[in-house]
Design a protein around this ligand. Structure first.
Ligand code: NAD
Length: 493
C-alpha cells in the first residue's frame, strides 16, 4: 500500500523535519501503516515556537481588532463545515473511531468556532470603584503569548478546537502537537486556518513523539501557556516542564466516571446511557462511564438488559456506516485492556460478558464489549482508567452508599445519575465531586458547556463563556488624577 505523505505547518510553510526523519501512523482497523509524517525534534520545535513568537509580536496579528479575529474564526468554522465529510473520513482512518462518531464531532465543530468567534470581542475589562478618590483604574484582558496545545489521539479535532478557538479569539499564537497516533486531521486544520486568513505563524503544527517533540515544546522558554489533554502520567511530565518558566497550564486528564442507576430510573434509558457511556467510542473516551453503580432492587434486571443490548452491538470496520463499535486506537491500548481484564478476574471480579477479541477477519485491534461484576469497590478495575470497552458493575443499597462509592475515586471528571426523583438528582449533582454531572443522559457536549475535572482529572475548564478568559492575562492600569505633586515617596499610596 502506498503511504500518504504529510508535512508539518511552521510559519505558514509546509515543511519536513530538519533531520529528514519520519514516522508512520497506523490504521487501527487494518493494523498497518497508512501515512508517513515528519518526526520533529528540538530544532523543528525551536523553529515553530520562534515563528509563533514572531507572529505574536507582528502587527499583522497583534494589530487586528478582536472583532477581526472573531471574523477569521467564523470563516475557519465555515471552511471546516465545507470539508466536514473529508475530515471525518480522515480522522476515522487515522484513529479508528467510528465514522458515525467522527461525522458527529466534525459536524459540530463549525458551531463551536462560531460560538467562540462571538466571544472574541466581548472580553471586557472593568473600571474599579477605588477607595482612592484621586486615582482611576481599569483592567484589560490581554493575550498570554505562545500557547502549546498537546493533543491525545481519541478525538483530535474536537480536543484541538476547544484549545485553538479560545486561544486565537484572545489573540495568542499556538503550536499544536497532535498525538503520534492521530496527527492527520490537525495538519488539515492548520491548512484551513491559513485558508481562512490567519497570518503565517499564528497556527503551527509539529508532529512527532511525546517524549521528544512534546517534551521539547512544553519546556520551551517562550511557551507561556500549555493546554494539555491526555493521561495523568504524561501530565506529570508536562507540569514539571512548565515549572521551568512558570507557563500557565490547563490539564484535561482521565477519569473513572460513575454511572449511578437508581431503582426508580427509566431502565431502558439507563441501559442506553450505560452503553453510550462505556461502549460508544469503544470506551476510549475521557468521560467514559466505566463504573456502573446499580441499586440492589434493579441490579439483576439492569445487568440482564445491558448484556442483551450490548450483545447486539455491531463491531466492525469503523468506516462502515453500520458499525457501532470500532477497534482500539493502538495495539498497546488493546494489550492494556487485556491485561486489566485479566487482573480484575484475578482480584475476584466475575466476567459477565466479553473479555476477548471478537472473531473478525483481518488484523484490526478490536475488543468485545466487556462487563465485570465486582463485589468490592476497591478492586483495581473500579479505581483505574482502562480506556477501553470495559465496564465494572457493583450494587449499592441506598443513596448514601451510592454517593460514597461515587466519590471513592482519585478522579472526578464526569458522573451520570439515573433517577426520576428530582430532589435526589439535585442532591447528588451537588455532592458528587466531578466537573460534569449528567442527569438522565450521558456524554452530552456543547460549545456553551464547560468541561474539565476535579481531583486527578486535572484543572482548568475548556468550552463555555469563560474559556477565552483562560487564554488571557489580566492587566490593571492606574491613572493618577491629582494635579498635586507626588507625595511622600516612602509611603505606599
Ligand atoms: P497521552 O498522555 O499518552 O498523550 C497525550 C499527548 O501527550 C500526545 O500528543 C503525546 O505525544 C504527548 N506526550 C507524551 N509524552 C509527553 C511528554 N513527556 N511531554 C509532552 N507531551 C507528551 O494520552 P493518550 O494516550 O494520547 O490519550 C489518552 C488519555 O487522554 C487518557 O488518559 C484519557 O482519559 C485522556 N483524555 C482526556 C480528555 C479530557 O478532556 N479530560 C479527553 C480525551 C482524552
Amino acid at each position: 500500500m502506498t503511504l500518504a505523505r504529510f508535512q508539518m505547518c511552521i510559519d505558514g510553510q509546509w515543511v519536513d523535519a530538519l533531520s529528514g526523519k519520519t514516522f508512520h501512523s497506523l490504521n487501527p482497523a487494518l493494523g498497518e501503516a497508512w501515512a508517513e509524517l515528519p518526526d520533529a525534534d528540538e530544532a523543528d520545535v525551536e523553529r515553530a515556537v520562534q515563528a509563533a513568537q514572531r507572529a505574536f509580536e507582528a502587527p499583522a496579528w497583534r494589530g487586528l481588532s478582536a472583532t477581526a479575529r472573531g471574523k477569521l474564526l467564523r470563516r475557519l468554522g465555515d471552511l471546516i463545515g465545507a470539508r466536514k465529510e473529508e475530515l471525518a473520513q480522515l480522522e476515522s482512518r487515522d484513529n479508528g473511531k467510528l465514522i458515525r462518531e467522527t461525522r458527529g464531532q466534525v459536524g459540530y465543530l463549525p458551531e463551536f468556532f462560531h460560538y467562540t468567534a462571538g466571544l472574541a470581542d466581548k472580553l471586557e475589562g472593568g473600571t474599579l470603584p477605588l477607595d482612592k478618590p484621586d486615582m482611576f483604574a481599569y483592567t484589560v484582558h490581554e493575550p498570554i503569548g505562545v500557547v502549546a496545545g498537546i493533543i491525545p489521539w481519541n478525538s483530535p479535532l474536537y480536543l484541538t478546537a476547544i484549545k485553538l478557538a479560545p486561544a486565537l479569539a484572545a489573540g495568542n499564537t499556538i503550536v499544536l502537537k497532535p498525538s503520534e497516533h492521530a496527527s492527520a486531521t490537525i495538519l488539515e486544520l492548520a491548512r484551513l486556518a491559513l485558508e481562512a486568513g490567519f497570518p503565517a505563524g499564528v497556527v503551527n503544527v509539529v508532529t512527532g513523539y511525546g517524549p521528544s517533540t512534546g517534551a521539547a515544546l512544553t519546556r520551551h522558554p517562550l511557551v507561556r501557556k500549555i493546554a494539555f489533554t491526555g493521561g495523568a502520567a504524561t501530565a506529570r511530565h508536562v507540569v514539571r516542564s512548565s515549572a521551568e518558566n512558570f507557563a500557565k497550564l490547563s490539564l484535561e486528564l482521565g477519569g473513572k466516571s460513575p454511572n449511578i442507576i437508581f431503582a426508580d430510573a427509566d431502565l431502558e434509558s439507563a441501559v442506553n446511557g450505560a452503553v453510550a457511556g462505556i461502549y460508544a467510542a469503544s470506551g476510549q473516551s475521557c468521560v467514559a462511564g466505566s463504573r456502573l453503580l446499580v441499586q440492589d432492587a434493579v441490579y439483576d434486571e439492569f445487568v440482564a438488559r445491558l448484556i442483551e443490548r450490548a450483545r447486539r452491538i455491531r463491531i466492525g470496520n469503523p468506516q462502515d456506516d453500520a458499525s457501532e463499535m470500532g477497534p482500539m486506537a493502538t495495539e498497546q491500548q488493546l494489550a492494556i485492556v487485556e491485561r486489566m481484564v485479566a487482573q480484575a478476574q484475578s482480584e475476584g471480579a466475575t466476567l459477565l460478558m466479553g473479555g476477548r477479541r471478537p472473531a473478525l477477519d483481518g488484523n484490526g485491534w478490536y475488543y468485545e464489549p466487556t462487563l465485570l461484576a465486582c463485589a468490592r469497590h476497591d478492586l483495581t478495575i473500579m479505581q483505574e482508567e482502562v480506556f477501553g470497552p470495559v465496564a465494572a458493575v457493583i450494587r449499592f443499597k441506598d443513596e448514601a452508599e451510592a454517593l460514597a462509592m461515587a466519590n471513592d475515586s482519585q478522579f472526578g471528571l464526569a458522573a451520570g445519575i439515573w433517577t426520576r426523583d428530582l430532589g435526589r438528582a439535585h442532591r447528588l449533582a451537588r455532592d458528587v465531586r466531578s466537573g460534569i454531572i449528567w442527569v438522565n443522559t450521558y456524554r452530552a457536549v456543547s460549545a456553551m458547556a464547560p468541561i474539565g475535572g476535579f481531583k486527578n482529572s486535572g484543572y482548568g475548564r475548556e468550552s463555555g463563556i469563560d474559556s477565552v478568559l483562560a487564554y488571557t492575562e489580566l492587566k490593571t492600569v492606574w491613572i493618577n488624577l491629582s494635579p498635586a505633586p507626588m507625595p511622600d515617596p516612602f509611603v505606599m499610596r
